[in-house]
Design a protein around this ligand. Structure first.
Ligand code: NG1
Ligand code: MG
Length: 488
């Protein structure tokens, strides 16, 4: 794995003085025109951050195992300019139904009222603002600049393509740029900041989405490991014969992670953390368990296919396979009720009758193994056998998400079956699940037939016209991260 120095943020080309020749797309032009119309003066910058599709490695970033996402070309753009008259923030959205045009609360209140119970775009803007205020203004007493901003997004929300991370990254970049703080950070700092910022909105996520949105390069999926520290490796796409691409299909079931976090995402974070400590009696993640185990048995800390294969036999916690009640789970950890509550429930709300430590652990280790195999095959060859193997790993990943991690839903399962029937090498849910999108590996020349076949068979697509259909099923190749393709 390369561990190259991370470039400074000032070289980050996601932040562009408006008027530069490369801002040529109609959308960018329309956004800047609209900004001038609404605020009565031109925008000075546009900050851009893309969504991402996760190719494989689901729900293992917060267990600190490596994942394999790629940025997509759908993104969030924020046109912005400083205000000369006050330190107010005014933020509007090109989508009129999404307008928030209220002054921000006074900065000294240190309270940017984020409503954690509903999915609202401005919460992510506020989360970005909070992080920048906290880091640069809280103790210095300096006054942040007022900002007008206009947001335009093409990443569908609640679809597993990380519109939330794109929004947090774009907003964090906006506040950094407007306050002249970019040069003080590098891209790694920005990833960490965006991860912390997004947690303020109420989901205790790992770092995959923000890292993919910031660190991706065009034509390169990203292998990201999180242990012992964040380490991105951009994997060049090899040209394959036949040429393949990824097709994203939106199930049109919105996955409302904030509303359901207690019984879904945050619950899984707790189950995987508690599962990791069984038998060890300390707060630890599954990746660290592997590390300790491999040091003890093999003399060094390895995360490779062999180590994971052996680990699978030996370190999945032996706990009740049908799940544990809360009391049983606490007993299995050896902690007192109050210690358990302090460590695992003080920062998160969860709700469950049974906690499934065994199934979740099995998913995490098998998925981590699949990521390593996927990485190996995506690098090694362009043969048809390789495609088959990548597809098979994607299929297995979906089955594991469905049966062991229980983060799928009937709509996603149906789309996966239809994709396989339509000829995909492999197909799986992408992102947190419980709704949102699938991703399928498809031969490029077969994409139109593939999409037509899914359209005929998937009932929610029946009523869609051609234009609307392109919004919900489309092929994609790995795109550039927050501005990376426009290097200055
Ligand atoms: P989505 O829901 O697709 O944004 C979430 C987490 C990721 C990762 C995936 C599951 C956030 C911001 N992101 O992604 O970190 O854990 O689920 O693999 O919550
Ligand atoms: Mg998200």
């Amino acid at each position: 794995m390369t561990d190259a120095p991370i470039p400074t943020l000032s070289s980050l080309a996601g932040v562009y003085p408006v008027g530069r020749a490369f801002i040529e797309s109609a959308r960018w032009q329309h956004l800047t025109d609209e900004f001038a119309k609404r605020f009565g003066h031109p925008a000075t910058h546009i900050c851009r951050a893309p969504g991402r599709v996760n190719l494989i490695g689901e729900h293992i970033d917060y267990a600190l195992f490596g994942v394999f996402p790629a940025a997509v070309d759908r993104d969030i753009l924020i046109a912005c300019a400083p205000r000369s008259d006050s330190s107010e923030i005014r933020s509007q959205n090109m989508d009129e139904s999404n307008t928030l045009d209220r002054p921000s609360p006074p900065v000294d209140a240190w309270f940017l009222d984020i409503d954690k119970r509903s999915l609202r775009w401005e919460s992510y803007v506020k989360a970005g603002y909070f992080g920048v205020l906290n880091r640069f203004f809280r103790s210095s007493g300096a006054e942040p600049t007022g900002i007008n901003m206009l947001v335009d997004g093409t990443v569908p929300s609640g679809s597993g393509l990380s519109s939330s991370a794109a929004m947090v990254v774009a907003s964090t970049l906006t506040f950094l740029t407007m306050n002249n703080k970019l040069a003080q950070l590098n891209k790694g700092d920005l990833v960490h900041m965006a991860v912390e910022n997004e947690k303020r909105v109420g989901v205790n996520s790992g770092g995959m989405d923000q890292a993919a949105s910031i660190l991706s390069l065009p034509h390169h999926p990203l292998y990201i490991s999180f242990y012992p520290k964040l380490a991105p490796t951009q994997i060049p796409l090899i040209s394959t014969n036949p040429a393949t691409c990824f097709v994203i299909a939106n199930s049109m079931k919105v996955s409302d992670k904030l509303v359901n976090a207690k019984a879904q995402y945050n619950l899984r974070v707790v189950e995987t953390l508690v599962g990791a400590r069984i038998g060890l009696n300390e707060k630890i993640t599954f990746r660290e368990v592997l590390s300790r185990w491999s040091r003890e048995t093999q003399g060094s800390d390895t995360e490779d296919v062999k180590a994971l294969e052996i680990a699978l036999e030996q370190i999945i916690p032996e706990v009740e396979r049908d799940g544990l009640t809360l009391d049983e789970m606490i007993e299995a950890t050896g902690l007192s009720n109050s210690n358990f509550n302090d460590i695992y429930f003080s920062w998160v709300e969860v709700e469950a009758t049974y906690f499934q430590l065994h199934k979740r652990a099995k998913h995490v280790y098998t998925e981590a193994l699949r990521v390593l195999k996927f990485r190996k095959h995506s690098l090694s060859s362009s043969s048809e056998d390789s495609h088959k193997e990548l597809g098979r790993l994607m299929d297995e990943s979906h089955a594991s998400c469905r049966d062991l991690f229980e983060c799928s839903c009937p709509e996603l399962d149906e789309l996966v079956v239809l994709a396989k029937r339509a000829g995909a090498w492999g197909s799986r849910l992408t992102g947190a699940g419980w709704g949102g999108c699938t991703v399928s590996l498809v031969i490029e020349s077969e994409v139109p037939a593939f999409i037509a076949s899914i359209r005929r068979a998937y009932a929610p697509y029946e009523a869609l016209d051609d234009i609307r259909l392109q919004d919900v099923v489309f092929s994609t190749k790995p795109g550039g991260g927050a501005g990376g393709e426009f290097a200055l």
